[in-house]
Design a protein around this ligand. Structure first.
Ligand SMILES: Cc1ncc(COP(=O)(O)O)c(C=O)c1O
Length: 452
């Protein structure tokens, strides 16, 4: 059980592993704090020194059914006994066909659909990028400032979340134009562009008018809720305005549901909150309870590419497919409704923090995808990344796992089986951490150790 007792971390076993890790692992990884996991179950994680933590990260929005759910472990074990791999690109097997049929059923695109399997989110985005270019025979793409779509070259070209992610890797895939994402709490570029309609008008009246010929744009990539960018929920008017504008110019709408999809927001896909229908949906994180898997689901009419145009060795691995089929049945069987219910409870409790503490700014999100901005004060809303990092660290040392996103946001993305009791256990630890950061005399600002 996590307690208010301060843990001495890392312990001796953890230290030994950290030493080995520091010596041999790529320095490009972005670890937040020295958590060295030994085992995990449901909402709980234990480190190699026997310390117990309450997990409000779900391995960054991945372990949707909770850590090592017994039915997921059974599905993985059963499939592993039958066979582990047989290259779904070249051969056939039931778990892959079954999962494709299930994804076609739950993806919110009307009419027939087809599925392309990947091993990760970034590969799902690459597949969408290639399919959109292939189908439209147009070279350009639109994406949003603050958006994150992955780190392979195509997905990286679409991302505009943090300069460190792109620095040194140019030239990226050409002809991607980034446009402002509507953020009601912090209008993009300090402008008056607060509404979604105004952001869309800017694309059409300024970008298309001055620099990008819309008839050369194949697709627009967008997250229904910006994830790594800070858990930003755009205003409702954004979606119909965006869809109408894209339709006027024959541009495909690709929604990146890699972080927001599979029940996390209280609906199967976050785009279902908006009433807008996409042409392509990319998914990954929550799909298979931690097994590496992603998928790109598109209207059947777009799938005009020929055999050999796109494929991979491991995508749609049978074990990942078996885990995904079980994951989706658990999400449909109650976890999605639980995410809506417990998410509303958590959001309400966090809103109380915003009333109580001047450094707690905007609290926003849907279901169990909730962001809480840490600011210098309510009046200026100036981001306060040092305080955010201190709160995340302090929570860790007191047994609560949370992580940051965006410039100054704390994200809450626990497993979808999180209960109100788990929330009640987590919030006193969080409140203490906020109180401590609010009281602290901050000296010269350090560079924030922002994740990603
Ligand atoms: C919205 C979104 N798209 C794409 C990705 C990339 O996914 P992956 O890390 O599996 O390549 C992420 C990962 O955080 C994401 O949040």
């Amino acid at each position: 059980m996590p307690s208010v007792r301060k843990l001495k971390l890392p312990g001796p076993r953890g230290k030994a592993i950290l030493t080995r890790d520091e010596r041999f692992m790529s320095p490009s990884y972005t670890r937040c704090y020295p958590l060295v996991v030994d085992h995990a179950s449901g909402m709980r994680v234990w480190d190699v020194d026997g310390n117990e933590f309450l997990d409000f990260t779900a391995g960054v929005a991945v372990c949707s059914t909770g850590h090592s759910h017994p039915e997921i472990v059974a599905a993985i074990t059963e499939q592993a006994r039958k066979f582990i791999h047989m290259a779904g690109t070249d051969f056939y097997y039931a778990p892959q066909a079954d999962l494709a049929a299930k994804l076609a059923q739950i993806t919110p695109i009307s009419g027939p659909k087809r599925v392309f399997f990947t091993n990760s989110g970034t590969e799902a985005v690459e597949a969408a990028f290639k399919l959109a270019r292939w189908y439209k025979k147009r070279p350009r793409m639109l994406a949003f400032l603050g958006g994150f779509h992955g780190r392979t070259m195509g997905a990286l070209s679409l991302s505009a979340s943090k300069p460190i992610q792109r620095s040194g890797f140019a030239p990226l895939v050409p002809e991607v134009t980034h446009v402002p994402y509507p953020n009601p709490y912090r209008p993009p570029c300090g402008t008056a562009r607060t509404t979604g309609t105004e952001c869309v008008r800017f694309i059409e009246d300024v970008i298309f008018h001055k620099s990008v010929p819309p008839e050369e744009v194949a697709a627009c990539f967008v997250e229904p809720i910006q994830g790594e960018g800070g858990y930003i929920v755009p205003p409702d008017d954004f979606w119909p305005a965006l869809k109408r504008m894209l339709d006027r110019h024959g541009i495909l709408l690709v929604v990146d549901e890699i972080q927001s999809g599979l029940g996390r927001t209280g609906k199967m896909f976050a785009i279902e909150h908006t009433g807008v229908e996409p042409d392509i949906v990319c998914m990954a994180k929550g799909i298979a309870s931690g097994m590496p898997m992603g998928a790109m689901v598109a209207r059947e009419s777009l799938h005009t590419w020929k055999a050999g145009a796109h494929a991979n060795t491991f995508g749609g691995n049978p074990i990942a497919c078996a885990a995904a089929l079980k994951t989706i049945s658990l999400i449909e069987g109650g976890l999605m409704q639980n995410a809506a219910k417990v998410g509303a409870y958590l959001r309400n409790r966090l809103h109380q923090f915003a009333l109580q503490f001047d450094i707690v700014g905007d609290v926003r999100g849907r279901g169990l995808m909730i962001g809480m901005e840490i600011v210098k004060n309510h009046e200026t809303r100036e981001p306060f990344p040092q305080a955010r990092d201190a709160i995340v660290d302090s929570a860790f040392y007191h047994g609560l796992l949370i992580i940051g996103c965006g410039e100054s946001t704390i994200r809450f993305c626990p497993p979808l089986m999180c209960t109100t009791k788990d929330v009640d256990l987590a919030l006193p630890i969080l409140a203490d951490a906020i109180r401590h950061a609010a009281k602290k005399r901050w000296s010269s600002p350090k560079v924030s150790r922002a994740r990603i």
